[in-house]
Design a protein around this ligand. Structure first.
Ligand code: HEM
Length: 545
């Protein structure tokens, strides 16, 4: 039997189109497994759970209850009906952080792209991110950071002098808001250890714009949640273009902050290279252990080398592009960590007394032998830092999105709403997940029944979680982990150790029951203490001891 070739052709084409249509129909209508994972009900299509997650009176008011009810892996609704996964189970968290299947989630990527230079390590991806990380890491290794200790100690002395004056002016013990004071010390630590600059040398333009960008990032409202949910779906070039539109004050601010930060970086590089050239051929004047600040190390001019600039891995342009990121990433996070540690001390007076005894003991050792002394040898000081970072982690929740289809492994199986038990979750490209660091730190299955309590002794009696390693420090997710692990985590820890040591040695911190009751922890970019009127602040009674 003869077939009409044109009929056969038409039949093949129609079959092909039918198959394509069915594929797209099935793909669009195929319910993702994530949609079948149990989670809290939502009564708002527009906001989903985002207001409850990000704008509660006290961070975690809802999230910690959801974790208790649904376990360490559950589904929540994002804005406009989107399904999102909340993760505080170490096994899928490891997959998210340590593999290349995930990148910054859309809202986080948008914030990073707006705030940071596109050559900055935090805003880079793929091979460029790898190269920039490897190059910038040089300024943040254990031995490099040890070299910054005298700089942090100088900042700590200035901070204690400032507090002495406040105590002298305030003998009746009215509370002092310590947040701006610690923020200033943190900025000072950054400028000293990064560039060997005083805060004044950074210039007024840079300091004021930086502060404004930080306070812009610190405001969260329902409207901003919606705006971010919509605009974060646009490609990054679109947001960058937006920041160049003149006449919009917030964009002017963001643009200026980037320009000022880069200018400060370029100025520091020029000055450092000129100073190194002046000493070229001469013997280094430095006899101290100070090898140089972060920029010296990244420019490959340190006092232990011949001071002759050698070929650095970063171009000067690339190094200057990191300035704003280092300041923004390091300043507020460290301020939050130190302020919360002081608030915990104010709430736990007997622990504060024990810690002060330890500090006085080590201060004697330090005064007779700098070499025999290390902040790492102080059990209570380090227990305070770990416990406070666990309970008040500055980066409480971090958004990630899958860049390819993948499968999330689970520690324990989950029963889907269909009744089926699953041991892993297939994830589609684009799926948004939350690395719920704060929930992970309070996961009772890992940290025991008292996970919500501040109990520093857990770090000394072996009851802190010692399981699957997450994060670079104490199994905590405060500095995240994997390829995006915080570049400055050792820097931040030493800064915290030095500042807390000096503060506890000289001052007692207290707060009334009433003030304690009114303080809230809110998360907008960073977890911060907030006063009843919604402004950030941490009023404590500071007395000389
Ligand atoms: C207690 C203080 C600090 C905390 C809690 C903290 C936390 C974090 C977290 C959670 C991330 C990952 C963000 C993400 O990918 O979603 C991060 C990244 C980063 N941090 Fe920190 N940080 C602190 C201090 C610092 C300091 C002092 C510096 C620099 C001097 C710094 C520089 C960076 C940089 C450059 C990144 C980006 C790394 C990358 O994308 O590869 N951080 N930090």
């Amino acid at each position: 039997m003869d077939h009409d070739p044109s009929l056969l052709q038409m039949f093949s084409i129609s079959l092909f189109f039918c198959l394509c249509l069915s594929y797209f129909y099935l793909r669009l209508n195929q319910k993702s497994v994530v949609a079948l994972i149990p989670g809290p009900p939502s009564n708002s299509w527009m906001f989903g759970h985002m207001k409850l997650l990000l704008l509660p009176a006290n961070y975690g008011d809802f999230e910690y209850t959801w974790q208790k009810e649904y376990g360490p892996v559950y589904r929540i609704k994002g804005c406009f009906g989107e399904d999102r996964l909340m993760l505080s189970d170490p096994l899928p968290l490891q997959h998210v952080l340590n593999t290349t299947f995930f990148t910054h989630g859309p809202a986080l990527a948008q914030a990073i792209s707006l705030a940071f230079d596109d050559k900055a390590v935090m805003a880079s991806h793929g091979s460029r991110h790898k190269r920039l990380r490897a190059a910038t890491q040089v300024g943040f290794t254990a031995s490099a950071v040890r070299g910054y200790q005298p700089l942090f100690e100088r900042v700590a002395r200035r901070l204690t002098e400032q507090l002495e004056k406040i105590c002298a002016l305030n003998p009746d013990g009215t509370p002092t808001d310590i947040l701006p004071i610690i923020a200033e010390a943190s900025l000072n630590s950054m400028s000293q250890a990064l560039l060997s600059y005083s805060t004044e040398e950074l210039g007024k333009d840079f300091v004021t714009n930086n502060a404004k960008v930080l306070s812009l990032a610190a405001t969260h409202s329902p409207t901003q949640l919606l705006a971010s949910a919509i605009t974060s779906r646009f490609p990054p070039w679109f947001w960058r273009l937006l920041t160049h539109l003149p006449g919009i004050p917030d964009f002017d601010l963001i643009r200026n902050a980037k320009v000022f930060a880069k200018a400060v970086g370029l100025k520091a590089i020029r000055e450092k290279l000129a100073a190194a050239r002046m000493q070229e051929g001469g013997v280094s004047e430095s006899t101290s252990e100070f090898q140089g600040d972060v920029f010296d190390l990244l420019l490959n001019i340190s006092s232990t080398s011949s001071n002759k600039p050698q070929k650095a891995v970063l171009t000067h342009e690339e190094l200057a592009s990191q300035t704003g990121t280092f300041f923004i990433a390091g300043e507020e996070t460290t301020t939050s960590a130190i302020v919360f540690a002081l608030l915990e001390l104010a709430k736990h007076q007997s622990f504060q007394d024990e810690l002060r005894a330890e500090v006085h003991h080590f201060a004697k050792i330090k005064s007779v032998s700098e070499t025999g002394f290390s902040y790492d040898n102080m059990p209570l000081l380090n227990a305070l830092i770990k416990e406070s970072l666990r309970i008040n982690t500055p980066g409480a929740a971090q958004e990630r999105a899958a860049i390819a289809d993948t499968v999330l492994p689970l520690t324990n199986p989950i029963q889907l709403s269909t009744g089926e038990m699953v041991h892993s979750i297939p994830i589609r490209k684009g799926q948004v997940v939350t690395v719920a660091a704060a929930s992970y730190h309070r996961n009772e299955a890992l940290w025991s029944d008292d996970a919500h309590e501040f109990r520093p002794s857990r770090w000394l009696d072996g009851t802190a979680f010692h399981g699957r390693a997450l994060g670079p420090y104490a199994n905590l997710l405060s500095f995240l982990g994997g390829q995006r692990v915080c570049l400055g985590w050792r820097f931040a820890l030493l800064e915290m150790q030095v500042l807390l040591f000096e503060l506890v040695e000289r001052f007692r911190f207290t707060c009334s029951e009433d003030e304690r009751h009114h303080l809230r922890a809110q998360f907008a970019n960073t977890l911060m203490p907030v006063l009843p009127d919604g402004t950030r602040g941490a009023p404590l009674v500071v007395t000389r001891c």
